[in-house]
Design a protein around this ligand. Structure first.
Ligand code: CP3
Length: 333
């Protein structure tokens, strides 16, 4: 078993596996070099040779315990024929989803559009750099994808007032997303993904009363599906206030916490393996501070199954030397 599997499946506490959200990306000069020559981000994700190379870049530098496949949660709307672009200094920009067309879309056609993602997973999981490491596949949670599909860009701090107006439309989209997410997950697993992480980056935009409809119920269905395929599933419902309720209802195999979560409180509240927590901004400070903060998490979770990670993706302005320092500190702890 890989270290991450030992923590999730055996509740092991004496090891501290580490991987970092967005570990392959803009803070690495070797990534920026490839990115500069490949201005279309979606095309880059769909170039299996380049996306596997990018996935492996952080593993060449740091002793990480997982490879997370270089792709994006927005490959799902892309697969449904919604236009998806990434604009510099703006982020994702989507076109209109043609729901009638998408509802008639054949699963084979979806797979054809995104198959290089699966090919890349296959290549990465067979590469010698991933021996005794976990290859992580991922998807966006139904709620977060619904937000992008309808809002067509990142929502910033709040949703438009009319976001929930068309209940029937929302339900049709959620139904569609769930069906294709399962297909996307199944194909990632069939090609070598050994863990699935579900990113619910915008869960924190919802009021408590709306969580059951948009977060708990659709995510539980996905979690059950991943479990039926005998692969561990980690959920990251960023920004929600009550992680305990979430875990009791959705029942992921492990929970990834954001940087606003109090680690002492969560230790008391939650019995399942925990991942993440440290604020990515800490990596922009100095080594003493990185050591102090990382130690805080490692100390608090020393008798709890814990996977070290940040409380959100690593920031593009991070110095790779600081990442190196963090990984070594965690490994030597
Ligand atoms: O973690 C990894 O190393 C794997 C790769 C990965 C990417 N996106 C690559 C990427 C993963 C796991 C994601 C998930 C993702 N994508 C999420 C969930 C996690 C989170 O950050 O909350 C979300 C919300 C998206 C949608 C998305 N993709 C946004 C909002 C942006 C733009 C934001 C930004 O930082 O510019 C992206 C683009 C994106 N996805 C980049 C990368 C490396 C940057 C693209 C570039 O080089 O311009």
């Amino acid at each position: 078993m890989t270290p991450i599997h030992k923590v999730i499946k055996d509740n092991k506490t004496s090891i501290n596996p580490i991987w970092i959200m967005r570990q392959a990306g803009r803070y690495l000069p070797e990534f920026r070099k490839i990115r500069k020559l490949n201005t279309d981000f979606i095309k880059l994700c769909l170039n299996a040779d380049l996306s596997s190379e990018i996935t492996l870049q952080p593993l060449k530098r740091f002793d990480l315990d997982a490879a997370i496949i270089f792709s994006d949660i927005l490959m799902l709307p892309y697969g449904l024929n919604q236009k998806v672009e990434f604009k510099k200094d703006f982020g994702p920009l989507l076109g209109e989803l043609n729901l009638d067309e998408a509802s008639k879309l054949d699963e084979v056609d979806f797979v054809k559009r995104v198959y290089p993602v699966y090919k890349a997973i296959n290549q990465v999981s067979k590469n010698s750099l991933t021996v005794n490491k976990s290859t992580i596949g991922f998807v966006g949670a139904p709620w977060t994808l619904l937000v992008y599909i309808l809002n067509k860009q990142s929502p910033k701090l709040k949703l438009k007032d009319n976001f929930f107006n068309d209940d029937f439309l929302i339900n049709r989209i959620l139904f569609l997303i769930e069906r294709f997410l399962k297909l996307h997950i199944k194909n990632q697993i069939d090609n070598g993904a050994e863990v699935i992480q579900i990113f619910d980056s915008w869960a924190g935009l919802l009021e408590e009363k709306d969580l059951p409809n948009y977060v708990y119920i659709p995510t539980l269905s996905l979690v059950d599906y991943v479990k039926s395929l005998k692969v561990p599933v980690i959920c990251f419902p960023r920004g929600i206030k009550n992680y305990r309720n979430y875990c009791e209802i959705v029942k992921p195999d492990a929970i990834c916490i954001d940087y606003e979560v109090d680690p002492l409180k969560i230790l008391n509240d939650i019995k399942i393996p925990i991942q993440g927590g440290m604020n990515p901004k800490i990596l922009l400070t100095d080594k003493d501070n990185i050591k102090k903060e990382a130690k805080k998490y490692l100390d608090i979770f020393k008798d709890h199954p814990y996977i070290f990670n940040l409380g959100h993706g690593v920031l593009p302005e991070t110095d790779p030397n600081m990442m190196d320092y963090l990984v070594k500190f965690v490994k030597d702890y």
